[in-house]
Write a protein that binds this ligand. Structure first.
Ligand code: DX5
Ligand code: ZN
Length: 218
């Protein structure tokens, strides 16, 4: 496996102080930004103009997780706005191959997310178009939810499909990832770990990042 990567979710950060909150996770590999449109998921967060400014000031590259309808139309604009990785949900994509190609053409890593109730198998053929697969370990929409261990077989299935394909595709987990659950995810084959409340809701974000990293490094 490639080296493990930590991607703190700013969903649990102080939205009135995002520049400072991004600086606080400068030691992370990515800054995970959850875009929710109030339609694909019941929650509403932030959109394109905010992501564009975050990309300009963040020490860590932006890992945009788009929980939105019509990603075919909107996702490439997040790449153009400066997100280095753009994740769309397969459940919302009309033409995922064209979408992934548009993301790469715009200079971003192309990533596909799958909700807990969505099977990976039907989309395994997309791997050559993708730089990352995000296996959700909660229902998307809110931070602070309980980790779903029952998604670990899916992580193993994606890892096996990536091995068979032979290319380099990262596997991200998002939702309920903490010091208690991160090793389980790594054992199943994940190598990019999103953590919101586990990073921001305890004293020092940088110490929390180091703790998570130490649990899965090497
Ligand atoms: C949930 C978001 C996650 C969320 C994770 O829909 O995609 O990125 O911020 O938060 P925690 O780590 O608290 O489960
Ligand atoms: Zn997310």
């Amino acid at each position: 496996l490639a080296a493990v990567q930590i991607s703190p979710s700013i969903l649990s950060a102080d939205f009135a102080n995002l520049q400072a909150e991004l600086d606080a996770i400068a030691s992370a590999d990515w800054a995970h930004v959850d875009v929710m449109d109030g339609h694909f998921v019941p929650n509403l967060t932030l959109g394109l103009p905010v992501v564009e400014r975050l990309a300009q000031v963040s020490p860590a590259p932006i890992d945009a997780h788009l929980m939105i309808e019509d990603p075919d139309r909107w996702a490439p604009m997040y790449a153009e706005a400066g997100a280095s990785s753009v994740t769309f949900h397969i459940e919302a994509a009309a033409n995922p191959i064209a979408l992934a190609r548009n993301l790469r053409a715009a200079g971003a890593r192309a990533s596909m997310a799958i909700k807990p109730g969505t099977a990976f198998g039907p989309y395994a053929d997309l791997l050559p178009e993708l730089d990352m697969v995000l296996v959700m370990t909660v229902e998307p929409g809110f931070g602070g939810q309980a980790f779903m261990s029952d998604q670990m077989p899916k992580v193993r299935e994606v890892r096996e499909a990536v091995r068979r394909y032979g290319g380099e595709v990262w596997i991200q987990v998002d939702g309920g990832v903490s010091a208690r659950t991160i090793e389980e995810c790594a054992d199943a084959g994940a190598d990019v770990f999103v953590a919101g409340s586990a990073v921001y809701n305890a004293e020092s974000a940088s110490a929390n990042i180091a703790t998570l990293r130490a649990l899965v490094a090497g």
